[in-house]
Design a protein around this ligand. Structure first.
Ligand SMILES: [Fe+2]
Length: 162
């Protein structure tokens, strides 16, 4: 038995960044800088327990900014995408909301829809908790019905590096 979803939220998420996995961060950053004319914005080499559980073995992350496009390149062991095979290509896409309450609301809605029985989910992985970074950024991660990962984030105005 399925249940109808409640009224859609009034939150309008905006695109924030795309996360791209690489096995060679320096190589990838150089290419994104040179191809798009982007610039390095910030880098991380220490990660939250949530990130380390989502992406075991992550070594470093660098944001490259091209105009309004943010690309989060992160280094981790893995295999390159194989064009002849059907597989997910991007690691995650991030959208942002303007208020922490909207973030919590989106997370509740994800669980509401997951539990409604209206959809077939390729994976049973549940939405993560909301993690708080040291600079006030809040995020959670959740899969769509295909198993593609979304990051939902709230970035306070006082966190200019994001
Ligand atoms: Fe991200």
């Amino acid at each position: 038995m399925t249940t109808a979803p409640s009224t859609p939220p009034t939150t309008v998420p905006v695109f924030h960044h795309v996360g791209i996995q690489t096995t060679d961060l320096d190589n990838a950053v150089a290419w994104y800088e040179d191809f798009f004319g982007g610039r390095r914005s910030w880098s991380l080499t220490e990660f939250t327990p949530l990130t380390e559980s989502r992406l075991p073995g992550i070594r470093a992350l660098t944001e490259v900014v091209v105009g309004n496009l943010r690309i989060h390149l992160f280094e981790r062991d893995g295999d390159p995408a194989v064009p002849e095979q059907s597989r997910t290509q991007f690691q995650h896409v991030c959208v942002s909301v303007g208020d922490p309450a909207e973030l919590a609301s989106l997370r509740r809605r994800w669980f509401e829809l997951y539990g409604s029985g209206r959809y077939a989910f390729a994976l049973s992985e549940q939405a993560t908790g909301i993690v708080n970074d040291h600079d006030g950024v809040q995020s959670f991660y959740a899969l769509d019905v295909n198993g593609l990962e979304f990051e939902f984030t709230y970035v306070p105005r006082t966190a200019p590096t994001r």
